[in-house]
Write a protein that binds this ligand. Structure first.
Ligand code: FAD
Ligand code: DLZ
Ligand code: SF4
Length: 506
């Protein structure tokens, strides 16, 4: 009884549930399809990473003796869609059954219903959607911190019997430092493109010239061995300082002490379990302090699992909410990076160049601006989904819709992550190179984040003033003179009038 085993572009893992019981005579189907490449205009490096990693993975499977039917984007008979290619493969192989691992996106899950396939659980995650739903059941608030503690207990990571290692679940108060001037972060490990990657780069340049971002220099790992090398580099060179400088931002260095492994985790070259195990081992061997290792493991065991659980629990309705009734079109500078606001210029410029920005740039620079300016959630979400090499809807959407934009009305975050220029000035060196002054509140030199922050609170007073975690800023606002409020609103209005909406997309 032969089986057709489907492997999607973000399922490049040898232990994948759809590959588990492979028998001689079975066929693995992998397909490059135009629909996936164009449903948003993915960054050129993201396309290269996925297609090159798919081709390398297919070669590794073949080397291991598996039979792989690999459909290339340029194959003349390619129908351009997953469903079309599954149909064609069934006609070619006439399998007794079709097996696939559940996908990362609702959109693809809907398609899969028509494939007549056995859909298996994606066991690469610590928690299944059903386990998350069981945890969420009956809870008024779905706070990550409580989910994370349960995940620590269930996984045994950083546990000392029933207690958290070091006597604390969370060492965040030791983290969140700005980067001192005399500290130079290590260089990011880059991988020179091999012949397979170069061929893919030519294809991407020829077929997708209008997609976002710069194709070169391309330095991403495209195989499991390379991704493991990147992970080892992070653990030895960056993890010890990861906790301290997790929230710091520095002009000219977007990578700092971050791991830069999210694309590899998300496409399956390395797994969350092995990443957490290696980080824990570094702590046990005295190679990294607990605050750093706990902070890092929390991102993966906590946040990454939590956002996936939330996505599958709340979709599809989740994507359609707009709790702050945000309607402003995405400004054109999100595509070009051309703005006088230096923090945005740096974060967007790095995003164009690297298909990467770290968490605080995403949340507190581009995300904070989108929140304060009331940008339309779906336009912002499409931007986040296409600009980063690690972007897949299951992880992008809750982070953008819930955490950055508060468009879910507080399902994910207990209050909006709104901040004035003072936060960016504290955590970065961007402001010293900016046309604006973070200390000025109003006037031509004033940092726009300052008046946009108060204007945001004013615009959303009815919706947010009852939130206990917003009590402090609303108390300050209550004491503000009416004239001052009018000046703030006028400055914001003038700023918004000067924005050009998205012109040509990417
Ligand atoms: P590190 O800082 O080194 O963290 C280690 C790992 O923890 C990451 O590789 C990632 O797998 C995980 N992680 C950290 N924070 C989160 C989080 N909030 N949610 C889920 N996993 C997390 N992450 C994505 O993988 N894909 C996305 O599309 C994505 N979109 C985002 C959009 C917004 C608006 C925001 C605020 C965050 C988004 N994130 C996304 C989360 C986070 O910014 C990235 O995972 C992180 O920047 C990746 O870089 P890194 O590997 O160097 O991470
Ligand atoms: C993102 C992506 C792209 C650009 N192209 C492909 C592809 O051609 N073939 C494929 O199998 N997967 C691709 N992917 C990843 C899929 O979009 C991903 O599997 C779904 O989003 C489900 O998570
Ligand atoms: Fe950004 Fe304001 Fe600082 Fe300029 S002054 S870099 S706009 S926070």
């Amino acid at each position: 009884m032969s089986t057709l085993r489907i492997v999607l572009g973000d399922q490049l893992t040898r232990g994948l549930s759809s590959l588990r019981d492979y028998q001689p005579g079975d066929t693995v189907l992998m397909m490059e399809v135009a629909e996936e490449a164009t449903y948003v205009k993915h960054h050129k490096q993201k396309l290269t990473l996925i297609f090159s990693a798919m081709r390398h993975f297919a070669a590794e499977l073949r080397d291991a003796g598996l039979s792989v039917d690999y459909v290339r984007l340029g194959d003349p008979a390619n129908t351009g869609s997953f469903s079309g290619e599954v149909r064609r493969a069934i006609a070619r192989h006439r399998p007794a059954q079709v097996v696939v691992t559940e996908p990362g996106e609702w959109r693809v899950r809907e398609m899969m219903q028509g494939w007549g396939a056995e859909i298996r659980e994606d066991t690469r995650f610590f928690a299944s959607p059903a386990q998350f739903a069981a945890w969420a059941k009956g809870r008024k608030q779905l706070r990550m911190e409580f989910f994370y503690r349960d995940m620590r207990r269930a996984s045994g990571l950083l546990m000392d019997g029933d207690d958290p290692a070091g006597g604390q679940w969370n060492f965040d108060h030791d983290n969140r430092k700005a980067l001192p001037r005399d500290v130079t972060p290590p260089r990011r490990l880059r991988f020179a493109p091999d012949a397979i990657t170069r061929e893919v780069m030519e294809m991407v340049a020829a077929r997708f010239p209008d997609h976002f971002g710069e194709l070169e220099p391309f330095g991403w790992a495209v195989t499991r061995d390379e991704a493991l090398e990147a992970l080892d580099h992070f653990i030895s060179a960056c993890l010890p300082q990861f906790g301290d400088y997790q929230d710091a931002m520095k002009q000219g260095n977007g990578f700092l002490y971050h791991s830069i492994i999210s694309p590899y985790l998300n496409i399956g070259l390395i797994t969350a379990r092995e990443v957490c195990a290696r980080a824990e081992q570094a702590w046990k061997q005295g190679r990294a302090p607990l605050n750093a290792v706990e902070g890092f493991i929390r991102q993966i065991l906590g946040w990454r699992e939590y956002v996936r659980g939330l996505y599958w629990l709340k979709m599809p309705a989740y994507a359609g909410t707009n709790a702050l009734d945000a309607r402003r079109p995405l400004p054109d500078f999100y595509w070009t990076g051309e703005t006088e606001m230096n923090c945005l210029r740096q974060a967007i410029g790095e995003t164009r160049r690297d298909a990467y920005a770290h968490h605080i740039q995403r949340l507190m620079v581009t995300g904070n601006f989108a929140l304060l300016a009331g940008l339309e959630p779906q336009a912002v979400e499409e931007w986040y989904l296409l600009v980063y090499a690690d972007a897949f809807e299951w992880v992008e959407l809750p982070n953008t819709h819930g955490m950055a934009l508060f468009a879910d009305g507080g399902v994910m975050a207990s209050k909006p992550y709104a901040a004035s220029g003072a936060y960016i000035n504290r955590m970065s060196d961007y402001c010293s190179g900016c046309a604006y002054d973070p200390a000025e509140k109003l006037g031509p030199k004033a940092c726009p984040f300052n008046y946009l922050y108060w204007d945001f609170l004013l615009r959303n007073e009815k919706r947010l003033s009852g939130n206990p975690r917003m009590a402090m800023p609303y108390r300050t606002l209550a004491k503000m003179e009416a004239g001052r409020k009018r000046e703030i609103a006028a400055a914001a209005r003038q700023f918004f009038e000067g924005l050009s909406p998205t012109k040509a997309g990417a």
